[in-house]
Design a protein around this ligand. Structure first.
Ligand SMILES: Cc1cc2nc3c(=O)[nH]c(=O)nc-3n(C[C@H](O)[C@H](O)[C@H](O)COP(=O)(O)OP(=O)(O)OC[C@H]3O[C@@H](n4cnc5c(N)ncnc54)[C@H](O)[C@@H]3O)c2cc1C
Ligand SMILES: NC(=O)c1ccc[n+]([C@@H]2O[C@H](COP(=O)([O-])OP(=O)(O)OC[C@H]3O[C@@H](n4cnc5c(N)ncnc54)[C@H](OP(=O)(O)O)[C@@H]3O)[C@@H](O)[C@H]2O)c1
Length: 448
């Protein structure tokens, strides 16, 4: 890229998760003034509020990197600010005050329900709400979750393993059933993550289950023995079990209905047996018409998330729509938002991280995506006149935010809050201490 003087540009990055933070750093490194707006008081997104709470070392390392990014003078942090239609700020407000480009890196905040009967029963949850709960993100931190003795987890990715980890090791429930619409070959979790729960696998139940689905696997050329070996691969390095929970899989089973009792609580999950059908080098699940009921009291959907439909950008197939013919592609990827109905690009608006591709990849992937999105934005800025007075844009933003009557959280507030929480953790002899409500956090950092 040709170096240009970017110091008279002011852009907004919405969302201070990994994608937004690394995008902001990349932009600031070119001298761009970055307004970093974040729904949560603290930065970090799912690195703070998604990654399993006791991965202390990993989370501390990420927090340290995020703190360094927050200290960059060109980055202006505005936490506790919700952007979107009917929120504290709309996208149009940002353009109106002279922001020259917008990076949307708000993750995937929508909930992907399947539309099954019984999804509104007590005891049906989406994984995201639970991981926000045990990671203490307000308001989920103080919400009650009714977790029964027998729990069905729908989906077999790493998020399912995180929820299994919580219900097996923290809640010590009796039984956990991971329900997969496809088979053992198509599981998405990694061996490493399974190490937390592998010793709770009910090996007899696994044998029975493998026997039940073996023929349907062989029908599409799969090797049941090799698949079983992967399911058990975590055992040698697995953590010692600390509960008697029986953990089992129910493969080739697609949820069709959640059954409730007279008090509106879950009392069963109906599934339809499926078979595998080859498709484009992969497989698809096809219903066989036969149904069974799993005896469970809680159902948690661990099937990935979608973007927020009400954010104010065009959405199609659970994602913000990207320009199919981008002007500033990076590695062939489009970071530019597009209105598929009018077939027009939304000029100057970019997406990165889970806002570009929902529920896909690790922190490192979100980081690279944020940086690539920033590269696309920097290319775009070269086509825009550097006429903005950054001080004026920031003053207009302060004026707008003052009208919404909320306590805006700045970078020095976050530092103060982190120091207070660290001191409290030390006092209590804990690895980490987190305040559970926004009110507590705001009170701790004081009024402006
Ligand atoms: C349960 C779970 C566990 C995971 N564990 C791991 C792991 O162990 N290791 C690993 O590498 N990866 C893990 N990941 C993946 C990793 O967390 C993601 O890849 C990464 O956080 C995505 O980054 P992002 O910035 O795109 O989105 P997010 O991290 O979701 O960040 C989005 C940010 O946008 C803000 N925001 C949302 N809406 C708005 C709005 N309307 N206005 C303003 N701000 C808004 C939020 O406050 C948040 O700060 C896990 C993911 C999940 C769900
Ligand atoms: N510790 C870690 O490193 C960690 C922890 C958590 C998350 N993550 C990462 O975060 C990302 C998201 O993880 P994830 O577990 O949410 O997603 P994922 O890996 O894509 O798994 C989603 C699961 O849900 C199933 N599913 C999706 N739609 C379904 C439907 N309509 N009906 C039934 N089942 C359905 C999928 O089955 P099909 O395969 O049949 O579609 C799959 O088993 C991944 O990249 C993951 O690695 C990492």
């Amino acid at each position: 890229m040709t170096p240009i003087d970017q110091s008279n540009y002011t852009v907004a990055v919405i969302g201070a998760g990994p994608a937004g933070l690394y995008a902001a750093r990349q932009l600031a490194a070119q001298g761009v003034q970055v307004i970093l707006l974040n729904r949560d008081i603290k930065p970090g997104g799912l690195a703070e509020y998604g990654i399993y709470y006791n991965k202390y070392k990993m989370k501390a390392g990420l927090r340290k990197q995020f703190r360094q990014i927050m200290e960059i003078p060109e980055i202006h942090y505005y936490g506790n600010v919700m952007v979107g239609e009917a929120c504290d700020l709309k996208l149009d407000d940002l353009s109106a005050i002279g922001v020259q480009a917008i990076m949307v890196s708000v993750g995937a905040q929508g909930t992907k329900w399947l539309g099954l009967p019984g999804e509104d029963l007590k005891g049906v949850y989406h994984a995201k709400d639970i991981v926000y709960h045990y990671n203490k993100l307000p308001p989920y931190s103080t919400r009650d979750f009714y977790i029964g003795r027998r729990v069905a987890l729908i989906g077999v990715g790493n998020v399912m393993v995180d929820i299994a980890h919580w219900v097996i090791r923290d809640l010590k429930v009796d039984e956990v059933i991971a329900v997969a619409r496809r088979g053992p070959v198509e599981v998405k979790f990694t061996k490493k993550e399974m190490e937390y729960v592998a010793r709770n696998l009910d090996l007899r139940a696994l044998d029975v289950e493998m026997g039940r689905v073996a023929e349907r696997m062989r029908d599409v050329g799969q090797d049941p023995e090799a698949a079983k070996a992967f399911l058990l691969a975590a055992l040698p390095k697995a953590e010692e079990p600390i509960s008697d929970t029986h953990f089992r899989f129910d493969f080739l089973a697609s949820p069709t209905r959640i059954l409730g009792d007279s008090e509106g609580r879950v009392c069963g999950l109906e599934v339809e047996d499926t078979k595998l059908v080859p498709k484009d080098g992969d497989t698809k699940a096809r219903g066989l018409g036969t149904k069974r009921v799993l005896d469970v009291e809680t159902v948690v959907f661990c099937i990935g998330d979608k973007v927020d439909d009400d954010f104010g950008l065009p959405v199609q197939w659970n994602e913000f729509v990207k320009n199919p013919e981008p002007s500033f592609p990076v590695d062939g990827i489009s970071y530019e938002v597009y209105n598929h109905e009018t077939e027009e690009p939304l000029e100057g608006i970019f997406v990165a991280g889970w806002s570009r591709e929902a529920s896909s990849g690790l922190v490192g992937v979100a980081r690279k995506d944020g940086e690539s999105g920033a590269k696309a934005m920097l290319e775009y800025l070269q086509t825009v006149r550097p006429s903005t007075d950054p001080g004026r844009v920031l003053a207009s933003l302060d004026g707008l935010l003052a009208k919404c009557g909320k306590r805006i959280v700045h970078k020095e507030d976050v530092l103060r809050l982190e120091a207070i929480e660290e001191a409290e953790a030390q006092r209590l002899g804990l690895e980490v201490y987190k305040m559970k409500t926004n009110e507590e956090m705001l009170e701790a950092i004081g009024v402006e």
